[in-house]
Design a protein around this ligand. Structure first.
Ligand code: SF4
Length: 183
């Protein structure tokens, strides 16, 4: 298969998925970008659930992202919470209502349940890493796959931020993630 055919397939799949999310989210007065923001916030760790990080993940400017987040807040789908240690820092939390809206819209019904092949995931992950390495940007990978991820006293630990992590955080995505260097 030529590279351009792979690209064509990825574009087509993405377009079908976006089209379905556009349809279902419109029923809630939302756009796909709102749904993807909710999804991101349910996956992000506490270092990454802030307006700047969501904007960076979705490739939106600060102003654009802030408008989208205002809509989510006005609809009661997210709430702002000040950081316990630094009151100037804000965390965005998805409310119960936000989780219900997200579950209704994502993953889209058009996404086949069988599309969870591990080898496909690994190959696409490699493509993403290469694109990030060549073009800059962040991987936003899962914490357990980060080169700073360690285990200390049987618990996950961040070697970059020098902080212990809760077990569930190992599966969350992080703004500071850097892939492990392949052996
Ligand atoms: S180990 Fe990596 S991904 Fe995990 S919190 Fe630290 S920097 Fe983020």
């Amino acid at each position: 298969m030529s590279t351009s055919r792979v690209l064509e397939l990825l574009e087509r799949i993405a377009s079908l998925l976006r089209s379905e999310v556009r349809k279902t989210s419109a029923e809630d007065g939302l756009e796909p970008v709102h749904i993807m923001s909710l999804w991101y916030l349910t996956q992000a760790n506490r270092f990454s659930n802030n307006p700047l990080a969501v904007g960076e993940y979705l490739g939106l400017s600060k102003g654009n992202m802030s408008q989208r987040l205002n809509v989510l807040e006005q609809k009661g789908l997210i709430r702002k919470a000040a950081d316990n240690e630094d009151r100037r820092r804000v965390h965005l939390e998805v409310t119960k209502r936000g989780l219900t809206v997200l579950a209704k819209n994502y993953p889209p019904k058009a996404w086949p349940a069988t599309a969870t092949e591990v080898s496909l995931e690994k190959r696409l992950d490699r493509v993403l890493r290469r694109m990030v390495a060549e073009n800059g940007g962040r991987t936003f990978g899962q914490c357990r796959t980060c080169r700073f991820h360690q285990n200390k006293a049987d618990a996950p630990y961040c070697g970059l931020l020098e902080l212990p992590l809760a077990p569930h955080q190992a599966n969350q995505i992080c703004l500071e993630h850097e892939p492990k260097i392949a052996a």
